[in-house]
Design a protein around this ligand. Structure first.
Ligand SMILES: [Zn+2]
Length: 340
């Protein structure tokens, strides 16, 4: 079979597997996403577009977490997969985009560790003005945030973070030299005095996963699901957790508190995550094997719960642009008022 024949066969198979209506709905959603990002660019100064888009994606990722916790109220991935969305639970468009990017951008191993967004693609739910209104009202009363993503950019000045050491919640600004989107972000926890930065939020996420793995033997540490010939091999998750714990144990056999680890790292002039990675790299049991993905990559995003959705959003952007520019995805109707 020539390569052209193979392509034709593939396209024919795709046409059988994916109904035309679904493809149309999907392209329409991509068109709406394009308009959203285009509106954002139009209201930014040309020299600020990239910074604004990055902040927008960081906010969308945060709003996705808020949506999961306060609107959909799901307890973990399994619940999310099972739960059919009610009309009033439909996400704002930026959250839908984050959810979509998450599903589209990650390979199975990473998607396996996060959430399966397939069932909650707005393309399959359908958006109309009535549903938008119900969703906007419910979102605003549940989260106290603006539903319209672009409106939220100018009006919602702060976000909530939890101290990775003591769990106290605090409110931090998005913008400014030490705002959450700044690389030099710093926040003093009012309860325990820890100076929280992105590195410590990453380490906190790693510690949380480690604690969960201790109580749930079936849980795989993020970035440790092993791919063998394209298949996930989760049978090794428990032994990897045991090896990771062994690397971090102190003399008494316990895992030192995050605060102590951060202090040891600082004494060595290292970030906490680099300190942890260095400890793990010394263990034979955690080395990458031939023909498999690396066993442990302690690279955590500074966003709680999910893999790095911000990166996924940045990956999706050129794809959406290209699809739109080919003329495939121009939406038939404008975005309903108040629903962006
Ligand atoms: Zn604290």
């Amino acid at each position: 079979m020539s390569s052209t024949d193979k392509q034709t066969a593939l396209v024919n198979q795709l046409q059988i597997d994916v109904p035309k209506e679904k493809v149309k709905a999907h392209l329409q959603v991509l068109g709406v996403f394009f308009l959203l990002l285009d509106t954002l660019a139009a209201i930014s100064k040309p020299e600020d577009v990239e910074t604004t888009v990055d902040e927008f994606f960081q906010r969308s990722t945060y709003r996705l977490q808020v949506w999961l916790a306060q609107v959909v109220n799901v307890d973990g991935e399994e619940d999310f997969k099972k739960k059919p969305l009610q009309d009033h639970e439909l996400p704002p468009l930026d959250v839908a985009l984050a959810l979509h990017s998450f599903g589209a951008a990650f390979p199975p191993a990473e998607a396996h560790e996060g959430i399966d967004s397939g069932q909650h693609n707005p393309a399959s739910q359908g958006y109309d003005e009535l549903k938008s209104l119900a969703a906007a009202q419910y979102w605003q009363s549940s989260t106290q945030l603006k539903f319209d993503a672009i409106d939220s950019m100018s009006k919602d000045a702060t976000r909530v973070i939890e101290c990775p050491s003591c769990g106290a919640a605090g409110s931090v600004p998005w913008a400014g030299a030490r705002g959450f989107t700044s690389p030099g972000f710093e926040y003093d926890c009012a309860r325990c005095g820890l100076v929280v930065n992105h590195d410590l939020l990453c380490a906190g996420k790693f510690f949380e996963a480690l604690a969960r793995a201790k109580n749930d033997p079936g849980f795989c540490l993020p970035n440790t699901a092993i791919l063998v010939r394209g298949e996930l091999d989760v049978s090794r998750c428990a032994s990897i957790v045991a090896a990771v714990r062994k690397c971090l144990q102190d003399d008494k056999g316990g895992i030192p508190p995050l605060k102590d680890l951060a202090e040891s790292a600082a004494n060595e002039g290292s970030s906490t995550m680099a300190f942890i990675a260095n400890k793990l790299s010394r263990a034979d049991a955690l080395r990458a094997e031939r023909n498999s993905a690396p066993a442990v990559r302690p690279k955590y995003a500074h966003t709680p719960r999910l893999a790095d959705v911000v990166v996924a959003l940045h990956h999706q952007r050129p794809f959406i642009n290209n699809v739109y520019k080919q003329g495939w995805s121009a939406p038939q109707t404008a975005v309903p008022a108040g629903f962006r």
